[in-house]
Design a binder for this molecule. Structure first.
Ligand SMILES: [Zn+2]
Length: 277
């Protein structure tokens, strides 16, 4: 009996020591690997001291231009701001094209203004570097179809017009956008219906510079914008789809005049985020 008890004590001791050892091991393990789930394999290796971490500069993710849920599948012309804050969104359509788009980008940069470019897919394909510069300089991007057709089209064609453009936008810059503008503002040819079915925002405008008028002077474009602008306005002008040298000439006056009236410029995604409507 004595012998048996002695053996039993030994077994208890061994078990107790083994348990303490196990518990310590677990504690050390936990300490070494805090928050296991959020670490990648190289980070785990670095923490365990096996391999020194190689610090690589963080690669910036391409911007995405999602929209607040309340605008998904909706058509809008402007936004009602809660406090009537003097902000407007400048939207620039039909590019990219040279020399106008780079000239527009230079002017926007010198005035520290961010705009939203509704790009045509085939123009992006023809001018990828200009488009990449547009994105790199912090402007927002919307989809303006591949061919810029006005005519009525089947759902398959509408889908191709929009998705092919979404693909070239993404392939060239990594950008994803949920902003869509129908060419010519035509809402009943199948394009807007397809965009809405994909939960995109169909973005029209409330103030046109009327810069596609072939007879008007740049001063007229400036006046149209300055007269029409209100808090929450979406302003329309063009950098592509023809000779836009007059639009380029009008741009500094538009920006300067609006700033003088106390307006500040935001991108469309920023404008949409500002409203609770
Ligand atoms: Zn257009």
């Amino acid at each position: 009996m004595e012998k048996y008890l002695g053996k039993r004590h030994q077994i208890v001791k061994v078990v107790a020591i083994a348990s303490i050892g196990f518990a310590l091991g677990m504690l050390l393990h936990l300490k070494l690997l805090p928050d296991d789930s959020n670490q990648s394999a190289p980070e785990k290796q670095a923490l365990s001291g096996a391999i020194a971490p190689i610090q690589q500069p963080a690669k910036a993710l391409p911007p995405a231009f999602p929209i607040p849920a309340k605008f998904a599948g909706k058509t809008l012309y402007d936004v009602k701001l809660d406090n009537n804050e003097k902000v407007v969104a400048l939207t620039i359509d039909d590019g990219p094209q040279a020399p106008e788009t780079p000239q527009v980008l230079d002017i926007l940069k010198s005035h520290n203004v961010k705009a939203t470019f509704f790009v045509v897919g085939r123009a992006v394909e023809a001018n990828p570097e200009i488009f990449q510069r547009t994105v790199a300089e912090g402007h927002a991007i919307g989809n303006h179809t591949w061919h810029h057709w006005y005519r009525r089209m089947s759902r398959a064609t509408a889908r191709s017009e929009i998705e092919r453009t979404a693909e070239i936008i993404q392939k060239t810059t990594g950008v994803k956008t949920s902003l869509f503008r129908p060419p010519g503002g035509f809402l009943n040819n199948g394009l807007a219906a397809y965009a809405k079915s994909q939960k995109q925002a169909v973005v029209m405008w409330s103030v046109s510079s009327a810069d596609t008028d072939p007879r008007a002077k740049p001063e007229a474009f400036v006046n149209n914008v300055l007269k029409g602008a209100k808090p929450g306005s979406i302003i329309l002008m063009h950098d592509g789809g023809g000779d836009r040298s007059r639009s380029v000439k009008a741009l500094p006056g538009m920006i300067g005049g609006l700033k003088q009236k106390g307006y500040r410029f935001v991108t469309l995604p920023e404008l949409l985020e500002m409203t609770s409507r």
